[in-house]
Design a protein around this ligand. Structure first.
Ligand code: SF4
Ligand code: SF4
Length: 119
């Protein structure tokens, strides 16, 4: 069942993107996780709309996260009502790469979760 924020048209567009890595990837949930560069993110929802697994949730940034932004990141964030993408369901990520090519700000990258010291 697609989640309520899923946009099939955008997801399909991302699926055929020439720069997309991982189109054949169907990794175990949790092997890859998307990392959002919150200094770049403009809360544009594309990641949320293309991810088939409901990994992302765009909402107002928490105060601690806002305080950790660069000066430029803070300005960027304020211009976008402090909206940013969180990844509450990162353990469901299948490494398909749709979010990476869909993000207009190049703010999402995938990393292997076992390469993270902590998440
Ligand atoms: S990570 Fe990119 S696609 Fe996702 S909300 Fe931020 S700007 Fe939009
Ligand atoms: S790579 Fe992971 S987070 Fe990104 S769209 Fe695919 S399943 Fe969702």
């Amino acid at each position: 069942m697609p989640h309520p924020r899923f946009n099939p048209e955008k997801s399909h567009r991302a699926a055929v993107h020439p720069l997309r890595d991982g189109q054949n990837c169907n990794a175990e949930g949790g092997l890859f996780v998307p990392i959002v560069d919150t200094n770049r993110c403009k809360g544009r929802h594309e990641c949320e709309e293309v991810c088939p697994y409901d990994v992302f949730y765009v909402r107002r940034m928490d105060d601690d996260d806002f305080a950790a932004l660069s000066v430029r990141g803070k300005v960027n964030s304020l211009l976008h009502q402090r909206r940013t993408a969180y990844t509450p369901n990162a353990d469901q990520c299948k490494g398909c790469g749709l979010c990476v090519v869909a993000c207009p700000e190049s703010a999402v990258r995938l990393v292997r979760s076992d390469s993270l010291v902590h998440h």
